[in-house]
Design a binder for this molecule. Structure first.
Ligand code: B12
Length: 215
């Protein structure tokens, strides 16, 4: 049996969920290394999707289909990847703040980070402030992401940042915020480190941040 990583990349960009799942499974059955399928098949595809979206060549429903295809293939690969392979770029903990049930954007951000080589821990919607702090203590993520889609729930993000300070771990985690009503100015006002306008730029913004921090 043989496998074709280029075909995996192409099928992901086309957002063909079932076909991509089959190709990923058949690559595994052909003894392809899971990390190779991820790094040389799926990730280049997700990079292209992110680029096309940024350039306006792809629209949200198509991006969501690609993200779903990626996610299904990751379900096959995840148990076969070692810890090191999965989190090569770092760890992201992400959730939607208390009182807020919107999760489509948050999940998309999570998937884009996963596509960029991050280990992603998605703590879900409507998460009380202390759950963010506890997740930061438990998982020691490089990035703690908070999503808010309502003007009434945005203030929870600043409260979580204050709780991180009170817990004495504010300087151990990079806080990134986003969601439709959130702006760069607001992010600065509440003391977040990073703001991501959308899932694709969020990955770039955090990559740039860590690159700069290294130099
Ligand atoms: C779908 C939707 C719902 C669904 C949510 C389903 C789900 N599973 O998520 C349902 C029906 C449940 C819902 C409920 C409500 N909603 Co609603 N909803 C929307 C809608 C139409 C789309 C949101 C969405 O998914 N967009 C697509 C995703 C991909 O975009 P996104 O969420 O903005 O995420 C992107 C960026 O913001 C960013 N991002 C998001 N999170 C994060 C996090 C990080 C860390 C980073 C870096 C980036 C980032 O990246 C994402 C991907 O690019 C918006 C309108 C809109 N155009 O935004 C209203 C909207 C957000 N809802 C609104 C309201 C008022 C409500 C309700 C109060 C309605 C009601 N009266 O019951 C309830 C509140 C429920 C609750 N407690 O949360 C208002 C909010 C107004 C405001 N300024 O506060 C909006 C703006 C509609 C409107 N124009 O009035 N809603």
């Amino acid at each position: 049996m043989s496998y074709d990583l280029g075909k995996i990349t192409e099928t992901l960009i086309q957002g063909k969920v079932d076909q991509l799942t089959e190709l990923t499974q058949s690559a595994i059955d052909s003894n392809a290394e899971p990390a190779k399928i991820l790094n040389e098949g799926l990730l280049p595809g997700m990079d292209t999707v992110g680029e096309k979206w940024k350039n306006g060549e792809m629209f949200m429903p198509e991006v969501l289909r690609c993200a779903k295809a990626m996610s299904k293939s990751m379900d096959i690969l995840r148990p076969k990847l070692s810890e090191g392979e999965l989190g090569s770029a770092g760890t992201l903990v992400i959730g939607t703040v208390a009182g807020d049930l919107h999760d489509i954007g948050k999940d998309l951000v999570g998937m884009m980070f996963e596509g960029a080589g991050y280990k992603v821990i998605n703590i879900g919607i409507d998460q009380p402030n202390e759950n963010f702090v506890n997740a930061a203590i438990e998982h020691k993520p490089d990035v703690l992401g908070m999503s808010a889609l309502l003007t009434t729930t945005m203030p929870r993000m600043g409260e979580v940042i204050n709780s991180l300070k009170e817990a004495g771990i504010r300087d151990q985690v990079t806080v990134m915020v986003g969601g439709a009503p959130v702006t760069e100015e607001y992010a600065q006002e509440i003391g977040a480190d990073l703001y991501g306008a959308n899932a694709s730029t969020a990955v770039d913004v955090s990559r740039d941040y860590f690159e700069k921090a290294k130099n």
